[in-house]
Design a protein around this ligand. Sequence first.
Ligand code: ZN
Length: 290
Amino acid sequence: MIEKTQGKRMLTRRMVMEGLACLSTVAPLSVIARTRHPSSHSPSAKPLQAPAVHRNAPPPKPLVMLDPGHGGKDPGAIGISGTYEKHIAEAAATELRRQLLASGQYRVAMTRSEDRFIPLEGRVEMAQQHQAHLFISMHADALHDRDVRGASVYTLASGASDAQTAALAQRENSADRFGGPAFHGMSPDVQQILSSLVSEETRRGSAHMASSVVGAFRSRIGLLTHPSRHAAFVVLKSAEIPSVLVEMGFMSNRLDEAALRQAVHRTQVASAMKTAVDRYFSTRPGVMTG
Ligand code: ZN
């Protein structure tokens, strides 16, 4: 009992000292007044400074996770003149990161910023570990039809929107064969249930980002007909993070390959993608608070 009383006296003295200190700085009177009746649960707590500090903390900037496709022993598609998709993807993602950071509006993380192999599941895990607000996988694959050219954007679904996209997803999902026996692609059964793991909110976010990409690309970058497509891409399976896969063009087309080899063209592609990111976040204000 004596100890408790002494403790209270000491506490009171300390509170007064701190209260005086705060009066001369920034704490509002209401905060000072509260300290005269400190909670019995936390006699040693310092309730004076905490509210003032946190009140002024800005909300965290949205974190955009960029995922350059392939890498390391997986070259991705190889263009007619020998260009590796993995190099195009990395160069374009690096340019997009530069533009996003230069705006001062975003934090940016990349699944890889060098030429190394990462299994598809590992890419999804990285986005989750970083608590990304948006995941963008960047590719320039090959199609059987070499005449097909233009950019396109893909979201997750259990069934493919068309045969071309089904083949594309199958090819992308088999990237893990480069990982050796420890890694293996998803079985068709697992692929089928992927979409059911994604929340409706995430699905809406992904669709919103896909339409933002199409809108931003339409006037600046050539698009496929029906440029917004879907299939069971393993890399898009984050349950809570809106995710899209962008095909910036196709390595199988001579003109697309030639364009994507040019830094000027990749800068234009990145610029259109940044516009899409801006549109996405400007119309989803709830995401900004993290
Ligand atoms: Zn690819």
